[in-house]
Design a protein around this ligand. Structure first.
Ligand code: GLC
Length: 602
């Protein structure tokens, strides 16, 4: 890959580098989370970046308060000795999803079913505009995970189990985030993640959670899941996320590397290292894959950022973990709490000769190159007028289109779909039929997401009633007694993120089954719509359903789901994951014994 900067840019960076102290260089390699940064430290330490983790929101969560929060950090960076602009990072993984009022697009598993690169480009562009509205110029997206065992709680962050689909869609999203050019003031730096083979870990191989340490685990405390954490652990939470991948190198290269190559060729200047291990060695410590393969063989000229506390997982000895990960090729450390300890540790490592000054210069050169490519030195702030684009009608129309194109019709007998007048009133049942939070899933306003009106949007029910105002009757728990010709039941997985969503079994809950039992006898024909972050085993229930739609996690515009249910838009979605027929299928990995296959869809 050619140097992304012209001669002038390269000279600018070398000149700046030559004027920086070791402390300032290490400051640029440091990324704390926004609640942990003490006032004045951005300037005093010349911090390179600050981030919002999942749910890292300002007290009152609006686009305006988000912009004020981010702008304050950037302005403080301008007070540092060399005024090196800070770049703020956030997980805008399906829209600028931490921000209340932002457009929430379908999660990647649904977008994978669209196979629509033009749509992904438009989603990337809309997301970039809404992120830039809040002065955020770095999004930790796209995940290019290729989920193998879909018991993994991050399966919905993967576009597909087909490498080609992931590669094409990720490249399109990167192009959308970029816009006309990286130095365009509405471009957003993508973070292609999590390098590498984060989605191929083995069940039971994760060492992320130590039950004896739960009280002291500040990161997991942020999740504040509704359910008792130990109950979640008993259901499989943190069994596979951040675990070990045992595939051979040829498989690693054939299945998991192509999306990185394509994203780098599309100009991506940041990659996030994976928490997971390959053949027992932590990716954050993997010099061969981080440096020899990614930076050497693929010619990656950008910088590698660690994941949240990813460096600390490398070795129980903090200082040793710092030395190993920086020497392996990590350039910026998402520390996120103990940033001063990290800075002191790395400074000592350089002074003791454990980390070379050349390695520090290489890391800082890469970071500054990305900042220069984005035009931050000349224009550290975006245009506040962009605030009017957040959640605008045009972006919501794209999200509605994406929600419609994500839906996959897997069964439709007796002509029950499309829903239309002429067969009496139609019953709609299930809380999930009228719940924006359940439509959006994890990584929405909070890290884990949650049910309820968490952000402005349109529920599936509201979409249906808008299309046919007199046709639908809503009965959330389906406990009424009136009979109907046609009933629609909307079921949803609970919301989750990361290892909190790892599950030993993927099945409908007792509540789902009870709802179906209440509604089934009342309707001559039954349509089931499933909102989920991955396929669930429904084999034994499917015969009782006349129609079945996989709607995944469609985002804030549930009217897109209504569009295909009522044929305002045709069903065009095709499965991008295999659909397991049994719990046993889950343990055998993809492509064996399936109820439905990649590519299926009526
Ligand atoms: C999380 C995730 C990563 C995310 C980062 C910042 O733990 O692994 O995908 O970008 O931390 O929120």
């Amino acid at each position: 890959m050619l140097n992304p900067l012209d001669q002038e840019g390269q000279q600018f960076i070398e000149n700046l580098l030559s004027r920086m102290t070791l402390a300032e260089k290490i400051g640029q390699m440091t990324q704390p989370e926004k609640n942990s940064v003490k006032p004045g430290d951005v300037a005093r330490l010349s911090l390179g970046s600050v981030l919002s983790g999942g749910g890292g929101n300002p007290e009152s969560n609006t686009p305006q308060t988000w912009r004020a929060m981010v702008t304050a950090f950037i302005e403080e960076s301008q007070q540092s000795r060399l005024s090196i602009p800070l770049i703020y990072g956030s997980d805008a993984v399906h829209g600028h999803n931490n921000v209340v009022g932002a457009t929430i697009f379908p999660h990647n598993i649904g977008l994978g079913c669209t196979r629509d690169t033009d749509l992904l480009r438009r989603i990337g562009r809309a997301t970039a505009l809404e992120a830039c509205a809040t002065n955020v110029r770095w999004s930790f997206a796209p995940a290019v995970s290729i989920p193998q065992d879909i018991r993994w709680g991050r399966s919905f962050e993967g576009y597909s189990q087909d490498t080609r689909v992931v590669t094409e869609l990720a490249e399109a999203l990167v192009e959308g985030l970029k816009g006309e050019a990286w130095n365009n003031p509405t471009s957003v730096l993508p973070s292609v993640k999590h390098y590498i083979a984060d989605a191929a870990t083995l069940w039971g191989s994760s060492q992320r959670v130590n039950r004896a340490e739960l009280e002291r685990d500040r990161t997991l405390a942020i999740a504040n899941m509704g359910e008792d954490f130990v109950t979640l652990l008993d259901r499989g939470a943190w069994q596979i996320d951040q675990g070990d991948t045992e595939v051979d190198e040829q498989t690693l290269r054939d299945v998991h590397l192509p999306p990185y190559r394509a994203a780098i060729e599309a100009g991506a200047l940041n990659v996030m290292a994976s928490y997971s291990s390959w053949q027992g060695l932590k990716m954050h410590a993997h010099r061969y894959l981080l440096t020899d393969v990614l930076k050497g063989e693929l010619g990656f000229q950008g910088f590698i950022v660690s994941d949240w506390e990813g460096v600390q997982q490398v070795d129980p000895d903090f200082d040793q973990a710092v030395v190993v990960s920086i020497n392996a090729g990590v350039d910026m450390v998402m520390v996120p709490f103990e940033y001063e300890r990290f800075i002191a540790s790395l400074k000592k490592a350089v002074e003791d000769g454990q980390v070379s000054r050349e390695r520090i210069d290489d890391a800082v050169r890469r970071i500054l190159t990305a900042k220069y490519a984005l035009g931050l030195f000349g224009q550290p702030h975006t245009d506040p007028a962009l605030l009017e684009r957040v959640g605008c009608a045009g972006h919501r129309a794209v999200a509605r289109e994406a929600a419609a194109k994500s839906c996959v019709l897997l069964k439709n007998e007796g002509g029950v779909l499309p829903l239309k007048p002429g067969r009496g009133k139609i019953l709609v049942a299930g809380q999930a039929g009228n719940d924006v939070g359940m439509q959006c899933g994890g990584w929405t306003v909070t890290w884990m997401g949650s049910p309820g009106p968490v952000t402005p949007g349109t529920t599936i029910l509201a979409g249906l009633q808008h299309l046919h105002p007199e046709l639908f009757e809503y009965d959330a728990d389906g406990s009424g007694s009136d009979p109907y010709e046609v009933g629609v039941v909307v079921l949803a997985e609970e919301t989750y993120a990361e290892g909190m969503g790892d599950r030993t079994e993927l099945k409908l809950t007792d509540e789902h089954l009870a709802l179906l039992e209440r509604v089934r006898p009342r309707c001559r024909q039954l349509v089931v719509v499933l909102l989920s972050g991955r396929p669930l085993v429904v084999t034994e229930h499917l015969p009782q359903w006349d129609a079945f739609v996989a709607a995944w996690l469609p985002g804030s515009e549930g009217n897109g789901v209504a569009d295909v249910l009522c044929s305002t838009q045709p069903f065009t979605g095709r499965l991008s994951f295999d659909w397991p027929g049994s719990q046993a299928d889950l343990r055998r990995g993809p492509h064996t014994g399936r109820l439905f296959h990649i590519g299926d869809g009526l």
